[in-house]
Write a protein that binds this ligand. Structure first.
Ligand code: FAD
Length: 393
């Protein structure tokens, strides 16, 4: 057992604790704030620990990303009235995935009988809506330092300090790829089509922005660390030329409409997601959620969807518990851990496998994957099943 925690899994381990809060959430990102709002809506008293870095990032340098969020994430954010309106959450009606030799897979909302495959949500807008909702919720107190509570939920993102303090080991694979994200503008409307290219120069995704008639895209380009560094420093013209070499002629001329940002990419999962604080390190029980528990390659756009899935499951366990069980009952927390690890193994594992398959440069592998893509595109039941998993249905 790791040295940061102790305690048997089967027992309700702690008696009542004298504290102003039932739950302390460390980290006020999208996962932390959404969790705080849902727990407060169920009359639980929440301390939300917001680091200064987290707060200033919103004001000083807005995130250039937009997230592809699925039906389950939408329902969760709708539940706390934080789903952005049409302009800032663009429904994707069609998705086209193209391999380097022209093989294609298409997904279509109409054919699947859904209103949208997913929605492309502007990140700063969503962060602002959640921040405002938190301010108006009297059962949430925003604090600068961790507070005593029966249960601490660690939502500090991939570099979580609390997770390190607890000596929770990670199973980690650092990809050779980095992601470049930026906003780009096209000459013609995107028609609510999301596009992804698996190319020798990396994986390029264009996610439609600005509502049904928009002409903007959120670009995510994952490529080798060296290439990403060159692309980040290239002049705007050179950057757009490099992008056109992948996206032309499917979409017309693209131009940059803002700053470029870069992220190193990794696949990681914490070995333990729940436990009890050692007496000298804190109070009560703890669980991990969001990127503090797991990280995936952005090619499938599932990282935050998984984090919001954690929120949904934890809220379900805590609010449907027997009346005599405290919120730090390890039986509930282990149930949460098991359910979420299972989901992560499937979603995170598929993304990792796709990343490996498409980053392999060999000609035989390239031919096999194009053959596989063509076959997959023709196999309607399998395609529909995969699409429904990704949509969170
Ligand atoms: C290029 C790129 C594109 C992506 N696209 C998608 C997509 O399309 N769809 C999708 O679902 N996911 C996507 N993701 C994944 C997504 O960004 C993450 O999964 C998501 O941001 C995780 O949210 P979080 O709240 O868990 O962590 P974070 O967003 O990292 O938030 C953690 C918060 O905790 C704060 N914090 C850290 N340490 C402390 C501390 N000690 N005390 C208090 N606060 C602390 C931080 O300041 C921050 O505010 C993408 C990721 C990348 C890199």
């Amino acid at each position: 057992m790791a040295p940061g925690f102790e305690g048997a899994w089967h027992a309700p381990t702690m008696g009542p604790m004298v504290s102003s809060f039932d739950i302390c959430i460390r980290g006020a990102g999208i996962v932390g704030r959404t969790l705080a709002l849902h727990l407060a809506a169920h009359r639980l008293r929440v301390a939300l620990v917001a680091s200064e870095a987290g707060d200033t990032r919103i004001a000083a340098s807005p995130d250039v990303r937009a997230y592809a969020l699925n039906h389950q994430s939408r329902a969760l954010l709708d539940g706390v009235r934080c789903w952005p309106d049409g302009h800032d959450a663009t429904p994707v009606l069609h998705m086209a995935v193209t391999s380097d030799d022209g093989a294609q897979v298409h997904f279509d909302a109409h054919a699947l009988g859904v209103e949208a495959l997913n929605w492309i949500v502007d990140v700063p807008v969503l962060e602002q809506q959640l921040a405002q909702a938190v301010q108006f919720q009297p059962l949430i107190t925003t604090v600068q330092t961790p507070q005593p509570a029966a249960l601490t939920v660690v939502c500090e993102g991939r570099f979580s300090r609390t997770r390190d303090d607890l000596h929770v080991d990670m199973d980690l694979v650092r990809y050779r790829h980095h992601a470049i994200a930026a906003r780009v503008h096209a000459e013609t409307p995107h028609m609510q089509v999301a596009r992804q290219w698996f190319h020798q120069d990396g994986i390029v995704a264009l996610l439609p922005l600005g509502g049904a008639r928009g002409q903007g895209y959120a670009l995510v380009w994952s490529t080798s660390a060296e290439r990403a560094s060159d692309l980040a420093l290239a002049s705007e013209d050179d950057f757009c030329d490099a992008l056109a070499s992948v996206t032309h002629p499917t979409v017309g001329t693209l131009r940059l409409s803002g700053a470029r940002a870069r992220w190193p990419l990794q696949h990681g999962v914490a070995r333990h997601w729940s436990g009890v604080f050692r007496a000298d390190r804190g109070q009560g029980a703890w669980v991990l959620a969001g990127d503090a528990a797991h990280q995936v390659h952005p090619l499938a756009g599932q990282g935050l969807n998984l984090g919001l899935g954690d929120v949904a499951e934890l809220v379900r366990q805590l609010t449907h518990r027997d009346y005599w069980r405290p919120v730090n009952d390890m039986r509930l927390l282990r149930r949460y851990e098991r359910a979420r690890k299972t989901e992560f193994a499937w979603i995170g594992g598929s993304g990792d496998a796709l990343q490996l398959l498409f980053s392999h440069p060999g000609a035989p592998v390239q031919a096999a994957r194009s053959w596989g893509m063509r076959g997959f595109d023709r196999t309607a039941p399998l395609k529909s099943w995969v699409a429904r998993q990704a949509m969170g249905q």
